[in-house]
Design a protein around this ligand. Structure first.
Ligand SMILES: NC(=O)c1ccc[n+]([C@@H]2O[C@H](COP(=O)([O-])OP(=O)(O)OC[C@H]3O[C@@H](n4cnc5c(N)ncnc54)[C@H](OP(=O)(O)O)[C@@H]3O)[C@@H](O)[C@H]2O)c1
Length: 329
């Protein structure tokens, strides 16, 4: 298959709708979290009403299998559009309750910027990628952003473009420079945690607007992000979607605390702007990260989904090609 080929099978009446596929993914995530699956049930069809419905292992309706060691996997016979959908979202559903899963996402221009120099990022990527962001929020326990994103965008960080529950919202503001008037601290739409340098807690108290203040020790490079993830895990916040901006995603990447990195590239040229990923300079190309992404097309945008831990481990039966771009409905 040529590298630029996009798999398109729209119009096939047998294909489940995007809403049915999403209901299946949400149900898979919910069952994994609740650990409420009966072991003898192994093969499932997408069901518009219930999300997933157990079927016989040999049923042609079966799209997903539940493997005791691998978790949710796509059946080899599943049609390409549904398979691409599951390949993208099942790794998030398979997050084990024991460990933390962190996913960083940035939407950037062809020339690598996530916002103009003045901070305008409304919007870099198109509606299909924005829906993907909302799906990722719905699948994760928490969505996390840096102070500059709240200062510039005043984002809601809620789930509005798909079905699903709002995650806990986390803002990194070590010096407490933000104002309590931002929507994320006042709208009551979801729990918000404001993470600051722990030395500010005595002066600032426990609340910031409606948000709870969480004090974390400062390390050499800012907040001690490893301690932060431990503190979040203790609060049962185990899948963390790091939605920007560039400085925040880069800090997790640099400290080797990202499990997945998702970069969506839009056909947009800014010429100058705020950088996406920026890491300390390396002299030799051989010392730079070369990743093995899976590639998905979202409208006019291309999403590179990189497993930074264990390439291949999440795609057992139906291995998606890394060289083709699969359309996400
Ligand atoms: N296209 C996209 O995908 C996307 C997504 C989100 C945001 N944006 C845009 O990107 C811009 C903001 O991005 P940005 O890179 O400038 O900033 P950012 O990542 O949103 O926020 C950076 C700030 O957050 C705090 N912070 C983050 N990580 C920290 C750590 N490990 N330790 C201590 N503090 C930490 C620091 O606050 P202090 O400075 O107070 O120390 C830091 O300066 C905005 O223009 C926004 O519109 C674009």
């Amino acid at each position: 298959m040529p590298a630029s080929e996009t798999v398109t099978t729209r119009g096939n009446a047998a294909e489940p709708t995007p809403e049915t596929l999403w209901a299946a993914v949400l149900t898979a995530a919910r069952w994994t979290r609740a650990d409420e699956l009966e072991p003898e049930l192994r093969t499932f069809a997408a069901d518009p009403a219930d999300g997933l419905r157990a079927v016989a292992d040999t049923s042609p309706e079966g799209l997903l299998r539940r493997d005791p060691s691998l978790g949710w996997i796509t059946r080899a016979s599943t049609a390409p559009v549904a398979r691409a959908f599951f390949d993208l979202y099942l790794p998030i559903c398979n997050a084990a309750a024991r460990s933390t899963l962190t996913i960083g996402h940035l939407g950037q221009s062809l020339d690598g910027y996530i916002a103009t120099t003045s901070g305008d990022s409304d919007y870099v990527t198109g509606p299909d990628n924005l829906r993907h962001l909302h799906r990722m929020r719905a699948l994760c326990d928490a969505v996390l952003v840096g102070a500059e994103t709240v200062a510039m965008d005043d984002p809601q960080l809620t789930v509005r473009r798909c079905a699903g529950d709002n995650p806990v919202r986390i803002v990194l503001d070590p010096q407490l420079r933000l104002r309590a008037a931002h929507g994320v601290f006042t709208d009551g739409a979801a729990t918000t945690l404001l993470v600051c340098d722990e030395t500010h807690l005595e002066r600032a108290g426990q609340q910031f607007g409606d948000a709870e203040l969480v004090g974390i020790a400062m390390g050499q490079d800012g907040l001690d992000l490893r301690s932060l993830l431990t503190a979040l895990h203790a609060r049962k916040l185990r899948s963390i979607f790091i939605e920007g901006g560039g400085k925040t995603v880069s800090a997790f990447l640099e400290q080797d605390l990202l499990d997945r990195l998702q970069i969506a590239i839009a056909p947009l040229v800014m010429g100058a702007g705020r950088a996406g990923i920026h890491l300390p300079a390396r002299e030799h190309l051989a010392d730079c990260m070369r990743l093995s992404p899976r590639v998905f097309s979202m409208g006019d945008d291309i999403l590179f989904d990189c497993d930074l831990r264990n390439a291949g481990a999440t795609m057992a039966m139906a291995q998606p090609s890394t060289s083709a771009s699969h359309r996400i409905v």
